[in-house]
Design a protein. Structure first.
Length: 257
């Protein structure tokens, strides 16, 4: 292996929860030996800071602003900056890679998609769908919703998760034959997080390279962060549901089936 890429981060310009300005990510990741980053700001159905009253095309222009500012900065140093986004349903979120700004402008109907419909639409556009932090437990979530049939991969390492949540992912991914990726879910470089992401055998020249790489299931691995510690277990766990091919959720007895 030899090339490192961040696959999951949020900018202050676009995500309501983002606290780091887009340009400031370039120096941060370069100093840590990364070769590139992928912007995945929250889309309009998630924690997005883009004003709702704008017309669709204006909203997309505003949504892409963080990425565009970072790319402008990255180009000065030969540092790769790629575009993606994080799409939300009921707290289950999907990192989406491949389609570009023009594609988003042409497809406002994605806001009404089902999980299956969204997945198929992104695939038709040559893109990739990765379920972010699948076992996350947070106050704003009322359940864990797994979606093994309409994703291309699952996020194994997510620094926004407690480690015990990540530890549930490999068995789940293995059962459904899904590749494992890593991501920091970076919101603020001042938090002192050690970044994750993926390490690749080949350098990525465009977001299409990342799409093809993950779909192949080989030539990359999640970046493990040393020293992460589980919090004390004891709180009640959220109920785990699996999204089926019939478009319905069913409870999972073991969190995997």
């Amino acid at each position: 292996m030899g090339y490192r890429y961040e696959t999951h981060l949020h900018s202050k310009e676009v995500s309501a929860c983002g606290q780091t300005r887009a340009r400031d990510y370039i120096k941060f990741y370069m100093e840590r030996g990364y070769d590139g980053i992928i912007f995945t700001d929250h889309f309009f159905n998630g924690n997005c800071g883009v004003p709702r009253e704008l017309a669709w095309e204006e909203r997309i222009d505003a949504f892409c602003r963080g990425y565009e500012l970072a790319k402008e900065e990255g180009d000065k140093f030969g540092f790769a900056v790629f575009f993606g986004w994080e799409f939300n349903f009921e707290g289950d979120e999907y990192l989406t890679y491949g389609p570009d700004k023009a594609w988003l402008k042409a497809h406002p109907e994605i806001m009404g998609d089902t999980r299956e419909g969204y997945y198929r639409r992104i695939h038709e556009a040559g893109g990739l769908v990765v379920q972010a932090h699948p076992y996350r437990e947070r106050g704003y979530l009322n359940a864990v919703r797994l979606n093994p049939y309409y994703v291309d991969a699952v996020e194994y390492i997510n620094i926004g998760n407690e480690p015990y949540m990540d530890e549930l992912v490999p068995d789940y991914a293995g059962k459904y034959g899904l590749p494992l990726v890593g991501g920091t879910d970076m919101h603020n470089i001042e938090w002192g997080q050690t970044p994750s992401g993926i390490e690749t055998e080949q350098k990525l020249s465009c977001i299409g390279d990342y799409v093809r790489l993950v779909r192949s299931g080989k030539g990359f691995s999640p970046i493990f962060v040393p020293g992460r510690k589980n919090k004390a277990v004891g709180e009640e766990k959220l109920t785990v549901f699996r999204y089926g091919k019939d478009g319905k959720f069913v409870p999972c007895r073991d969190g995997v089936i």
